[in-house]
Ligand binder design. Sequence first.
Ligand code: RIB
Ligand code: CA
Length: 331
Amino acid sequence: MKKIPLILDCDPGLDDAVALLLALAHPESINLLGVTTVVGNGPVQQTQENARRICQLAGRLDMKVFQGCPRHLFVKVGSSPSTYTGADIHGETGLGGCKLPFPTIPLQSVHAVSFILQTLLESSEKITIAASGPLTNIACALIMEPSLKDKIEKIVLMGGVIGLGNITPSAEYNFFCDPQAASVVFTSGVPIVMIGLDATRQTHTSESWLRTIESINTPISQAVVDMLSYYHRVDALFEPGVAGGVLHDPNVIAYLLKPELYKGRDVYVEIDVSPTIMAGRSTVDWYSKLHCKPNAYVVNEIDVNGFFEMLTEALGRYIFPEQKSHTCSHC
Ligand code: RIB
Ligand code: CA
């Protein structure tokens, strides 16, 4: 399999952290050109520091991490209809109760959007973008240089929903944070794979799986257990009907590694940008009622066992005997 040239745009964030670890565990399949970060689960200062922490934890001091947009395209006016914030789910640090050392891996001086633009425009081959946070950085790049769309192989993103939202009844968190950015991406003409809540709610943690990861007994497996134990506890409160912490974002990387684990269909998707309770709603024309040209491949089914087998195997690949173990507030 030819290596996928990839940019991961994310907002770590507990499930973003696991997505990053999954990508870094597969250097034979993924050529991760850079990690760009955006405001979302926390301020961008926090999301970039967490991305650097995770790269360092994975032993990848060479990885380039970029800081992106500190705010979304439009600042919401009035009181938000949402009932919780990113910190409620991911903790004040964004990584639950797991305190990883402050990263020595440097932050790149170039802005994330500039990195996306330069990398795509200078590349002789099309580049894939994986997005696991609000789409602000990617939308800014597409607005600044519309020809970029011909340099992107596809955007595989975690976001949106066919059914009920998680931050409001209508919207999923990433699209709710920046509806205008999501609309720019979905009207750009770039090939999109949308992995929304209908699919990702199926990949939630369980006590038995956390124990399996704990039995790997490495600094990384322990850090993942510490992170996800926090998420497992909190997320269940905010995703009614879901038994554990929902691993939304790693699905973006798992799709790139094993697309056969996923099923969906090519449909038309429209994003609501109105300043109403519908803000960020992804209307998915699943039965082609509108006869509009499809603009996304929307995933609605996941081979859950296959997903966790892949993730477990990937986390088992991190064996750095010399690596110092981390410390957590409750270790
Ligand atoms: O709705 C789930 C998404 O919101 C995930 O990307 C999670 O990290 C949060 O950002
Ligand atoms: Ca995320």
